[in-house]
Design a protein around this ligand. Structure first.
Ligand SMILES: Nc1nc2c(ncn2[C@@H]2O[C@H](COP(=O)(O)OP(=O)(O)OP(=O)(O)O)[C@@H](O)[C@H]2O)c(=O)[nH]1
Ligand SMILES: [Mg+2]
Length: 267
């Protein structure tokens, strides 16, 4: 498997010998014995993660000082992060003061979609000064936090770059890690991308409206998920029909220090 790996957008990026960014799995950085530069490589990776972790702690301290709870939303491209955030912002509007750091490699398309719901939306393009990275890290989020007015919000969503691998490895300083998984992605993904599925407390299983049209085996998916992360919570949702979104809002209510009251039935 290639070491330095060129992404479709032309950026170069270092991948582990398994092809996955498993620097942290197993013995700290995974098995790097296939590299001739093994020890040097481990030292560089340790420095990168040490810097990231220091910065993540300082991001979290800053959020804590302002009483803001942050949720890092991760998924593969197109699983439905922005669609679910649109519903979430609409539901919370007028009741909870919300901010969003919208991470994308390029464009303001998703940030524009999240405008108009009363939330503070700050765009973070990784192509601007961060090498077009395929994930957010703590220094990037730290720079975006300088543009968020933390005195006026209680809850901050970080929409990570769509990618099932790298975002799992970088603590950005959020308090909670949530993954959006779409049933169009296949039942085996927890087994193929265990670092991501293991790193989250909640999986929002999205696009449930498509279930009748797919030969997706939900029991098999849930068994695969439990095999890599037995304690993870699962909420089945559809951003198309809004099914399950009340359960997601209840999860937020339970995990965010500030009460998030769900609208009463029929409201
Ligand atoms: N049928 C169906 N389509 C959905 C659902 N949720 C999202 N979509 C569609 O899936 C596509 C991608 O949704 P996004 O919300 O942009 O996904 P994303 O995870 O934010 O994508 P990136 O930011 O590019 O990684 C869009 O065409 C949505 O309309 C759903 O529950 N059901
Ligand atoms: Mg998006």
């Amino acid at each position: 498997m290639g070491r330095f790996h060129r992404h479709d957008d032309g950026t170069e990026h270092e991948h582990g010998s398994s092809g996955e960014h498993d620097h942290r799995s197993g013995q700290e950085h995974g098995d790097l014995s296939g590299y001739r530069t093994g020890p040097d490589r481990v030292t560089v990776l340790e420095r990168i993660f040490d810097e990231n972790d220091r910065c993540a702690r300082s991001n979290r301290d800053l959020l804590d000082a302002h009483g803001v709870v942050a949720v890092n939303m991760m998924s593969s491209p197109g699983a439905g992060k922005t669609s679910l955030l649109q519903h979430t912002l609409a539901s919370l509007s007028g009741r909870v003061h919300v901010g969003v750091i919208e991470g994308d490699i390029e464009t303001s398309i998703d940030a524009d979609r999240l405008a108009g719901y009363g939330a503070q939306v700050v765009l973070l393009n990784t192509s601007n000064g961060f090498g077009g990275e395929c994930h957010l890290d703590a220094p990037m989020v730290g720079s975006a936090l300088q543009r968020v007015d933390l005195t006026t919000i209680e809850l901050l969503f970080v929409e990570n770059v769509g990618n099932l691998v790298c975002p799992a490895e970088f603590d950005v300083g959020a308090h909670h890690r949530v993954m959006v998984y779409s049933i169009t992605e296949g039942e085996e993904k927890p087994l193929k991308y265990p670092v991501m599925f293991r790193s989250v407390e909640l999986v929002l299983v999205n696009k449930m409206d498509l279930l009748p049209h797919l030969d997706f085996d939900m029991d098999l998916f849930e068994r695969n998920l439990a095999a890599v992360n037995p304690s993870v919570a699962v909420v089945k949702v559809s951003a198309r029909t809004s099914d399950g979104l009340d359960t997601w809002l209840k999860w937020l209510e339970q995990h965010v220090h500030h009460p998030v009251s769900t609208p009463s039935a029929g409201a």
